[in-house]
Design a protein around this ligand. Structure first.
Ligand SMILES: NC(=O)c1ccc[n+]([C@@H]2O[C@H](COP(=O)([O-])OP(=O)(O)OC[C@H]3O[C@@H](n4cnc5c(N)ncnc54)[C@H](OP(=O)(O)O)[C@@H]3O)[C@@H](O)[C@H]2O)c1
Length: 213
């Protein structure tokens, strides 16, 4: 697929590398392509463009920007360039305050989520929450002796979720579909739980697994 990864941070770079590894065509979107010149030189197969150019190119969009800037990044990408497309939403609504005893602060409530806000504004796009509950270093084909970890996903569009499941299969994740967009209210805070061992004990090498009887 032609994949547009919107973002220039650790998540965007890692996922871009993952899509490339699995044979996809990748373009990275940023406000400032020049700042990625060094990275682009070392990753010559990934093109770098402004948000809008990247979004126009992508058949599948990956949103990997700061949570507070997610809507702005999508506005810059252009609703028309995103219309009809599946958008993998890896963002978390982390507030600009330090964690409290290792607990991240969110700017959303239990009755709302960042992904719902984005889905409400960009009605023609098909958002699927994924990749927000694990650190970037473990996103692509992580190895655990207990087997594949679980990626919790949700979204309103079944076809978009099917596409994301295929990507997660390639990236060595088991997919657990948790339902419609509202389920992001539960999936986004899992990032708080995931980060606790990290902030408290500098342990960052775990992932969630859903066990079933
Ligand atoms: N780091 C992780 O391991 C991890 C794991 C799971 C989920 N996440 C989530 O994934 C997302 C990306 O995390 P990250 O650590 O890779 O990067 P980040 O530092 O959270 O975000 C960097 C990106 O945000 C964009 N950005 C910042 N302010 C902006 C604005 N005013 N308008 C438009 N874009 C703006 C930057 O755009 P420019 O390129 O234009 O500067 C850059 O692409 C976050 O929502 C984070 O919570 C992170």
């Amino acid at each position: 697929m032609k994949v547009a990864v919107l973002g220039s941070g650790d998540v965007a770079k890692t996922l871009a590398g993952g899509f490339l590894k699995h044979g996809h065509e990748v373009i990275l979107g940023t406000r400032n392509p020049a700042k990625l010149a060094d990275w682009a030189a070392k990753n010559a197969k990934v093109r770098v463009a402004h948000f809008a150019g990247a979004a126009k190119f992508g058949e599948l969009i990956v949103l990997a920007v700061k949570g507070t800037a997610a809507a702005d990044a999508l506005r810059l990408a252009g609703p028309d360039n995103l219309a009809g497309k599946a958008v993998i939403d890896a963002t978390n609504p982390i507030a600009d305050f330090p964690p409290l005893n290792g607990v991240l602060r969110f700017y959303t409530t239990h009755d709302d989520s960042l992904m719902e806000r984005l889905q409400r504004e960009f009605t023609d796009s098909r958002f699927v929450k994924a990749f927000n509950t694990v650190g970037h270093a473990l996103m692509v084909n992580p190895q655990f002796k207990e087997g594949k970890p679980t990626m919790f996903i949700c979204g309103n569009d079944e076809a978009a979720k099917k596409t994301v499941k295929q990507i997660l299969d390639q990236f060595s994740w088991e997919t657990a579909d948790m339902g419609k967009a509202e389920s992001a209210r539960a999936i986004e805070p899992l990032c708080m739980l995931w980060c606790l061992p990290g902030f408290q004990r500098n342990e960052w090498s775990h992932a969630f697994k859903l066990l079933r009887q």
